[in-house]
Design a binder for this molecule. Structure first.
Ligand code: PHE
Length: 393
């Protein structure tokens, strides 16, 4: 590597026809500074040296030698303090130009070297994707992923499309727009994870349900809508039947003449397909949600045969979802005229539904990443659930 610091000094000296023994003094700097040809030649030679660096290590050495604490340019900058006002007026801008020119040239060269290093890596590191998977090492599909795919297949069959939204939400989408104002007791229904207050004075939240995706969908374009929104949701709660992160699928249908009969038919169709029973016994229990009116919670009939839970029949009840007709205030909040449009929404807990269907009593095990559990409850990786091919095999 060239000694670029010495070279700068030599260049300065050569520019002023000094011998190499002589130090670069203030008046030399001043002379160079006032001679444009010389100062530009100097900057050019500096740039050439930077250009010639062959790798990032060499470039970093140059940077330290020129711009480091004891670097050549830094030392020159320090001499500014001892100059007269007149000298400083001349030399200051020149040194600034020298420093900035050097900084820029180093940054540009760094980008080039990084690109080249990346390209070299891309060219040399290859993965043989044709290697066959060993049967005994094949993974399995997590029950949550499986059930999410099953739900998507069922609702896709009824004409629903999938919509998604962010996990980190604003108060507006998670609460206010859903007819849950700041002082509303319903806020306490959901144990919310809050972030620190941002610059805007707002505290973002981890969404407590997938209902904010309703709002995002309705605000993005005019009705009609027929969507489901599967995704992660969060509440500050942890026991055998609650995990702080869990999954929901929200459904929303808004059109001109949608009524509760459609809601009931849709959910019956869902239960029949999902629990794979011809005539599931269901019960709609009046309930309360701020964003629906009227609201209901839906239970599915069940019975026990020893250890086994039989779903869809019997005289026991298992709660599976919440639903209702979308509250006119929610439509208004999204700029939709409730006298023209109406519809229903529902929210299904995926983890709960999966637990019921596949007999997994402790929801905490879902997220323990225990291979033995996954091997036992997981699904074959290449079997995509579908209505025609079967949801679960
Ligand atoms: N968002 C509700 C919850 O998480 C569920 C729900 C969705 C209820 C849509 C009614 C309509 O508790």
């Amino acid at each position: 590597m060239k000694n670029i610091g010495a070279e700068l000094r030599t260049s300065l000296q050569r520019a002023l026809s000094k011998t190499s023994a002589e130090k670069v003094e203030v008046e030399i700097l001043a002379k160079i500074a006032s001679d444009q040809t010389k100062s530009e030649a100097l900057l050019r030679s500096l740039r050439d040296n930077i250009q010639a660096a062959s790798d990032e290590i060499e470039l970093e050495d140059i940077r330290i030698e020129m711009l480091g604490k004891k670097g050549e340019i830094s030392l020159l900058m320090k001499t500014l303090g001892g100059m007269s006002d007149d000298e400083r007026k001349h030399v200051g801008p020149f040194l600034n130009k020298l420093r900035n020119g050097t900084t820029d040239a180093i940054a540009a060269k760094k980008a080039v070297l990084e690109d080249a290093a990346l390209n070299a890596r891309l060219a040399s590191e290859t993965v043989d994707v044709t290697l066959p998977a060993r049967a005994d090492e094949a993974g399995s599909i997590h029950p949550i992923s499986q059930v999410t795919e099953e739900l998507i297949a069922i609702f896709a069959d009824m004409g629903f499309t999938v919509a998604e939204g962010p996990d980190i939400e604003t108060d507006f989408y998670n609460f206010s727009a859903l007819n849950i104002p700041a002082d509303h007791p319903a806020r306490q229904m959901q144990d919310t994870f809050y972030f620190h207050e941002g610059d805007d004075g707002e505290r973002p939240v981890l969404r407590t349900h997938t209902s904010p995706v309703q709002i995002r969908t309705m605000m993005a374009g005019p009705p009609p809508y027929r969507i489901i929104c599967p995704g992660r949701t969060y509440r500050c709660d942890s026991d055998q039947t609650h995990t702080p992160m869990f999954h929901q699928v929200e459904g929303l249908v808004i059109d001109k003449n949608i009524h509760m009969g459609h809601l009931k038919g849709t959910l019956e169709n869902f239960a029949r397909a999902f629990f794979e029973v011809e005539n599931p016994v269901m019960r709609f229990r009046p309930s309360y949600f701020p964003f629906t009116e009227p609201s209901a919670e839906v239970d599915i009939g069940c019975s026990r045969d020893g250890d086994e839970l039989i779903l869809g029949e019997g005289d026991g009840w298992m709660e599976i979802l919440g639903c209702g007709m979308v509250h006119p205030n929610v439509l208004r909040n999204c700029g939709i005229d409730p006298d023209e449009w109406q519809g229903f929404a529902f929210g299904i807990g995926i983890d709960r539904a999966a637990g019921l269907k596949y007999g997994m009593p402790d929801l905490r095990a879902y997220f323990d990443a225990d291979m033995r559990w996954l091997k036992h409850y997981g699904f074959a990786p290449l079997d995509m659930p579908s209505r025609h091919g079967g949801l679960s095999r």
